[in-house]
Design a protein around this ligand. Structure first.
Ligand SMILES: Nc1nc2c(ncn2[C@@H]2O[C@H](COP(=O)(O)OP(=O)(O)O)[C@@H](O)[C@H]2O)c(=O)[nH]1
Ligand SMILES: [Mg+2]
Length: 356
């Protein structure tokens, strides 16, 4: 028997919320000339190499859809050339279901390419959120040596403005990482409110500010999943008042770890750097706490020693906190402790990347 009706309702609400949240899709389309750096930018947004970057710029093919993030529910798409014989303009929009996209990013390097003009007009006509990325900003130089980098950027912006009016242009470099934090934030600004937090949880952080926001966005999931882990386990075994569902916690930990992109490989790499003494410990915790035993260990730390050592899905709480609220506090503290470990390690990695 579940505790009370009100309790059951609120748990159902949480389950509904989490289900809704997991079904949210973020779909972003990148287009632009081969060699402009679309694949490189996709990898930069995801934070790892998910698509091949081409060395032969004139033969680069479109990669198509790249699913990534929690449940692969984020999609970055590299759109092929518009209005070619293979993809005629008239069929293009429907063929790639472009109505479903949240955002369009036109990528170019150096001068804006006339060939992308038609598709961009179509996007504006359809009132879809869009902006420009002028990539390879590292190699933006005036061959005559007369103009400064800032002047070159102004010239690019003016060219865009003349064509399309006020549309944002972000200058990026996948080599120096210039503008990548701005890119991540410009995408955030254009997403629906319902999608913003998911973006914060999944996109690669290029600034300490974004990493903090990532932690906050993750904490909301920790709160609801901790409640679920405690409430789901209510009376699973006759004679026990409460148990904690380890399965729910394990999934939560995996998700948080993924949001901070802490693969075993990355953890080992950073802990070897010996940036500060505690880092190796934190890294070990993150890896170890993914097993049922590790989770029980973490729960015990929050609750004293009163949780039974039992590596089955449900961990009974004996003699303490005989209420869902008590179970929730313990699971929440465990979840938060896991999140803090992930954050601390990710912060050390980012500071290293930013040469702090
Ligand atoms: N200098 C410089 N080269 C870049 C940058 N971004 C991508 N590239 C290079 O440009 C080439 C084409 O990149 P790719 O991402 O495959 O372009 P795509 O055809 O638009 O997908 C590759 O050799 C990349 O390494 C950048 O910001 N600066
Ligand atoms: Mg490509």
């Amino acid at each position: 028997m579940r505790n009370t009706n009100t309790n059951t309702n609120s748990i159902d609400d949480i389950i509904n919320e989490l289900e809704k949240e997991s079904k949210i899709e973020i779909k972003i389309a990148l287009f632009g000339q081969p060699g402009a750096g679309k694949s490189s930018l996709i990898n930069a947004l995801v934070g790892k190499n998910v698509v091949d970057v081409s060395t032969e710029t004139d033969t680069t093919k479109s990669e198509g859809e790249v699913p990534w993030g929690e449940d692969n529910s984020n999609i970055l798409t590299d759109l092929p050339g518009y209005g070619t014989s293979k993809f005629p303009a008239g069929e293009y929009w429907d063929r790639f279901n472009l109505d479903e996209y949240d955002l369009f990013i036109c990528v170019f390097s150096g001068k804006f390419h006339q060939a992308d003009d038609q598709l961009f007009h179509k996007i504006i006509e359809k009132k879809k959120p869009c902006f420009f990325v002028s990539n390879k900003s590292d190699s933006l130089v005036d061959t005559t040596g007369e103009k400064s980098k800032q002047e070159l950027k102004e010239a690019v912006k003016n060219d865009i403005k003349k064509r399309y009016g006020e549309v944002k242009t972000v200058f990026t470099s996948c080599v120096t990482r210039e503008g990548l934090d701005e890119l991540v934030n410009e995408i955030y600004a254009r997403l629906d409110d319902t999608k913003k937090e998911k973006w914060e949880r999944n996109a690669k952080a290029y600034s300490l500010d974004f990493l903090k926001r990532k932690r906050e966005a993750c904490e909301k999931i920790v709160i609801s999943k901790s409640l679920l882990a405690a409430a789901n386990g209510l009376n699973p075994v006759p004679g026990l008042n409460l148990a904690i569902d380890l399965n729910v916690l394990q999934k939560l930990f995996k998700e948080v770890r993924k949001n901070f992109d802490l693969t075993d490989e990355r953890i080992k790499k950073v802990t070897k750097l010996n940036l500060y003494p505690n880092l190796a410990n934190i890294g070990n915790n993150i890896i170890r706490s993914l097993s049922y035993d590790g989770i029980v260990n973490l729960l015990q730390k929050q609750a004293g020693k009163q949780i039974a050592q039992k590596a089955s899905r449900y961990i009974p709480l004996i003699g303490i906190a005989i209420s869902a609220a008590g179970g929730y506090t313990i699971t929440y503290l465990a979840g938060k402790s896991y999140l803090n470990d992930c954050y601390e390690l990710a912060e050390a990695i980012l500071k290293e990347e930013l040469n702090y």
